[in-house]
Design a binder for this molecule. Structure first.
Ligand code: OSB
Ligand code: MG
Length: 367
């Protein structure tokens, strides 16, 4: 497969409702959308999940655009790769920049599986055709949080993830969780706790959460391992897992018991598959985290969720949860709490050009 051109689109789309964490209030989503075209005119799609500012990871839309333009795209144009892993290796000379690399890795996986004429999820060894849905509640106030949880249960979500911080009252959590015995609850702290506030974290141990995501910052995995020893609720690590080595480190140190997979954070699907194989061997469960993304990135997440090692429901809400109009089609539809995977070749979604144009800030064609 010889790469003939790459197109980047920088978009800015308002969220239906602000997404609140103790780190950031996200009101609009800036992203880079990609199209990679080969010499046969087949197009693969990708999406870079870096945010406009470095609140979640160091990478931003601007750093990713720059790295794509100056380093990544020049390493791919007019080159041939017989497998996405070979494109990944060709980019090894470029350090870090995982989200920028993941976007081209994804676009090439789409292109590669379109040429095989098979759905991506089948090519990577997926075994589930329907994926359980799950929603994230990131409300500004306790009142709004309770309202959103009631609405999510009403909509049929069987798994709800609640953003927590040092300001969250564990007693409130316990009573909310007790109200819905049929629903699985996750907590996500986005690293809100520190060595000196371990006791505050421990107060969440009896709430009924199935797991606590990223209790401590990725800088203090050592503290996470100490705290995990003293708590029965398993920790699921998100920000701490930026590579295969980080996954091994979590397993060895026992700083967490579960991995939250975000393909952008680890550098793409090729890297994510290696972590998946390691987790199967080590019997460490995985689930798939969200990044407030559009349909293309979501479709790659859904394909990954069909793998045998993914055993908890992920951050999979309907397209209409964040967006008035998603930038990709077909839209994600939830039926009886589940999402059916596409049977089309490739990742199974395309950019909706007319909607992309509406929200575009800039674009550039490289050939
Ligand atoms: O920490 O899991 C997180 C969204 C953006 C950045 C980080 C996180 C999130 C979410 C998932 O919580 C939201 C979603 O896309 O469903
Ligand atoms: Mg998280």
């Amino acid at each position: 497969i010889r790469i003939k051109s790459v197109t980047l689109h920088h978009v800015k789309v308002p969220l239906k409702h602000p997404f609140n964490t103790h780190l950031q209030k996200v009101k609009e989503r800036e992203s880079i959308l990609l199209e990679v075209t080969d010499t046969d005119g087949i197009i693969g799609v990708g999406e870079c999940v870096a945010f406009a500012s470095p609140w979640y990871t160091e990478e931003t839309v601007d750093t990713a655009w720059n790295t794509l333009e100056k380093w990544i795209i020049p390493s791919m144009l007019n080159q041939s790769f017989s497998h996405p892993d070979h494109l990944e290796s060709a980019l090894n000379a470029i350090k870090g920049n995982h989200m920028a690399k993941a976007a081209v890795n994804h676009a090439f996986w789409d292109l590669y599986t379109k040429k095989l004429n098979k759905p991506l999820w089948q090519v990577i060894g997926g075994i589930k055709e329907t994926i359980e849905a799950g929603v994230v509640v990131a409300a500004a106030t306790d009142f709004e949080m309770k309202e959103e949880i009631d609405a999510a249960v009403e909509k049929g979500y069987k798994r709800i993830k609640i953003k927590i911080s040092q300001n969250t009252n564990p007693k409130d959590m316990k009573s909310i969780i007790a109200k819905y015995p049929q629903t699985l609850f996750f907590a996500d702290a986005n690293g809100a706790f520190t060595e000196s506030t371990i006791n505050q974290l421990r107060a969440f141990d009896d709430c009924g959460f199935a797991l606590i995501e990223q209790p401590f910052s990725e800088q203090i995995n050592r503290i996470s391992a100490e705290a995990q020893k003293t708590m029965k609720t398993p920790f699921a690590l998100d920000e701490s897992i930026a590579s295969y080595e980080d996954a091994l480190d979590m397993i060895e140190r026992k700083s967490g018991k579960i991995i939250v997979m975000k393909q952008g954070r680890v550098g793409g699907l090729s890297a994510a598959l290696r972590i998946h194989n390691q987790c199967i061997q080590a019997e460490v469960p995985i689930w798939v985290g969200g990044m407030i993304e559009f349909g293309v990135s979501k479709a790659f997440n859904l394909a990954f969720a069909s793998l045998p090692g993914v055993t908890f429901p992920g951050d999979f809400s309907s397209s209409s949860h964040f967006w008035e109009d998603d930038l990709a089609f077909p839209l994600i539809d939830i039926c009886e709490g589940s999402i059916r995977l596409s049977s089309s070749p490739g990742v199974g979604v395309e950019w909706n050009q007319s909607i992309v144009q509406q929200f575009e800030v800039r674009n550039k064609l490289f050939k």
